[in-house]
Design a protein. Structure first.
Lengths: 287, 85
């Protein structure tokens, strides 16, 4: 990693292993359906593939989804609310991934009672896990009510997922405001479902448009990739596949979370634009 | 990588609309309060000068993440001994 003259200090700090314990990263968005759960699953897999000890937490109480994307839905015995209400120990609710034994999932409860979890509960669980693992990734529900506050409470770092689409960006802006109010800023942006051809034709907001409007730094650009659907169907996140563009983008995000300088991936053949996009990323990632 | 598309595309339309929407979202005032604020600003200015009401423009502008209220209030000098309304 080189020296970055004049760079804004906005690349996430590399996690300190064992001394201060795990880094807690919450994945949020405001708007539903933009790719939070997919992002959580893929970042988790990508980190585990580079030997990080990772726990994923599905904080979407009542609408459990992370288990499906991870292919772990038939191994749920206990869930987050069971832990909070003392029906089991934390370890018992942690489902270990078969291919990546350092990757665990704590599934959401399917209860309709959203008051079952409080911000203090989430902080307590995160604190219990901190000495044991390297990363705790929390999948935040859509919206801005209690579920959002719960998921964000223990966060050291927040990633906002959005799409280059007007409603999604509006909601992302609202989230940025709420995070600032809770002293959880500055967040980083994951721009998901990008279609380079549409951007070239001027029919889609570009990464520059989105970062101009939101005034936050990018941590990743993920191209629209229909293999995301196949991946969900089979319960194998794309980050397992070395030939998937979206998978590569997620692996790059994982590496940036580790503090590594990763050039953004080439989404089209026009190398002339690389430098402009590089400036949108924290700490002047160079092409 | 992807640059900026042609200005005529719907992408730039989306960007313009967002800039307008967000400046209003960020100020976090409901429209009635915003309107009341504008009226009160005019009332205060009117105590000192005679405001050319037809050509007043009070608008929200977008600056990075901080919105600003930008007012253009043409006026004429008051006659001697003005009666503030």
């Amino acid at each position: 990693m080189g020296v970055n003259a004049g760079a804004a200090a906005s690349t996430p700090q590399p996690p300190k292993r064992s001394a201060t314990g795990a880094k807690v990263v919450t994945i949020t968005s405001g708007k539903g359906g933009v790719g939070k759960t997919t992002t959580t699953a893929n970042i988790g897999v990508a980190l585990a593939r580079i030997n990080q000890r990772v726990v994923l937490i599905d904080a979407d109480i009542g609408l459990r989804n992370l288990d499906i994307v991870m292919g772990l839905e038939n191994r749920i015995v206990y869930d987050l609310v069971d832990v909070i209400e003392g029906r089991c120990k934390l370890r018992q609710a942690m489902i270990k991934h078969k291919q990546l034994p350092e990757l665990y999932l704590i599934p959401a409860a399917q209860t309709r009672d959203k008051s079952a979890v409080s911000p203090a509960d989430m902080i307590k669980i995160a604190d219990q896990l901190r000495p044991e693992v390297d990363f705790i990734i929390i999948d935040c529900p859509a919206g801005i009510e209690r579920g959002f506050r719960n998921a964000v409470a223990p966060a050291d770092e927040v990633l906002i997922v959005t799409n280059p689409e007007i409603s999604a960006v509006r909601d992302a802006d609202r989230i940025i405001g709420l995070l600032e109010a809770e002293n959880k800023g500055p967040a980083h942006l994951v721009l998901n479902r990008v279609k380079p051809e549409m951007i070239r034709k001027g029919e889609m907001l570009s990464p520059e448009d989105v970062t101009d409007i939101l005034a936050i730094k990018l941590i990743g650009i993920v191209p629209e990739d229909e293999t995301v659907v196949s991946a969900s169907n089979s319960g194998t996140p794309l980050a397992f596949l070395d030939n998937s563009r979206a998978g590569t983008a997620y692996r790059n995000i994982a590496r940036r979370l580790m503090g590594e300088q990763v050039p953004f991936m080439q989404l089209d053949d026009n190398t002339g634009f690389r430098k402009r996009i590089a400036r949108l990323f924290g700490s002047g990632q160079n092409s | 990588m992807l640059g900026r598309g042609p200005k005529s595309g719907t992408g730039s339309k989306a960007k313009e609309r967002l800039q307008f929407i967000l400046v209003h979202d960020r100020i976090n005032l409901p429209p009635e309060q915003l309107e009341a604020m504008k009226q009160e600003i005019l009332q205060v200015i009117s105590k000192y000068v005679s405001v050319d009401a037809k050509n007043v423009d009070i608008a929200l502008q977008n600056r990075e993440r901080s919105p600003a209220i930008v007012a253009e209030i043409p006026f004429t000098k008051p006659v001697e001994g003005p009666d503030p309304d």
